[in-house]
Design a protein around this ligand. Structure first.
Ligand code: CA
Length: 233
């Protein structure tokens, strides 16, 4: 681990909120930069200088949905969406924009900071520390190279976000074991399930399936155990 401060990008047009978030980030030992509109936010995000991005949805020039999708075309930096309304939450969960999580405004700063911390710890988790025997996980056509952080199916590379990757590796290392959504929130996201929305797990599972499975509607790898949770077969 290095002691370099982690840097967060805040993309939000309400300056009061930016100030409050920035204040809380600095208090918690983070550096930050900000952008007040979508275009500037995207430009800054794409420099790749950030460990995590906080992204509002209703933004001037380019909305957060578009910004998120475009960041995801090249980067796997964790993205937490800041939403103001329930309809937005439903849209975030329903659309495949590639966000890692969302928080609803007005949010508790303690909760926001703890989620940022959880994502950053996970993102900087040194998978290389795994024992050599676990460096490559093979499940039929699926191959996960934990050293290179790469996933492929039948030799074809599959591009995953960090959350999707960690979710896959966690379940793949416990093949056949059924995990509840709150287990996964706790272990993969590092969250307290009591304060979190379990639907974010479903969204990530759905995305993983659409990327990994030949037919996402009829999965061969990521299975649902009805009423209980998910497992890898
Ligand atoms: Ca806004």
């Amino acid at each position: 681990m290095n002691d370099e401060k982690k840097k967060i990008l805040i993309v939000e047009d309400e300056k009061d909120i930016v100030q409050l978030i920035a204040f809380n980030l600095v208090q918690s030992g983070y550096e930050f930069d900000m952008a007040y509109d979508g275009e500037e936010g995207l430009k800054k995000a794409l420099t790749g200088d950030f460990d995590l991005i906080l992204l509002d949805l209703m933004l001037p020039k380019m909305d957060g949905f578009e910004v998120c999708k475009r960041i995801r075309q090249t980067l796997d930096t964790p993205i937490i969406i800041l939403t103001a309304r329930q309809e937005e939450v439903d849209k975030v969960l329903g659309l495949d924009i590639g966000a890692d999580d969302y928080v609803t405004k007005p949010f508790m700063f303690k909760e926001l900071i703890s989620r940022i911390g959880a994502h950053i710890r996970r993102a900087s988790n040194d998978v290389v520390k795994n024992s050599a025997a676990e460096n490559i996980i093979r499940i039929r056509e699926l191959e996960i190279d934990c050293l290179k952080y790469r996933v492929s199916r039948a030799g074809k590379p599959v591009q995953l976000t960090k959350t999707e990757y960690e979710l896959l590796v966690y379940m793949a290392k416990n093949l056949g074991k059924v995990f509840s959504r709150s287990d996964l929130l706790k272990k993969v996201w590092g969250y307290n399930p009591e304060y979190s929305d379990e639907r974010i797990v479903d969204v990530n599972i759905r995305r993983l399936r659409s990327k990994l499975e030949a037919d996402a509607g009829n999965p061969e790898y990521i299975m649902t155990k009805h009423g209980i949770g998910y497992y890898i077969k």
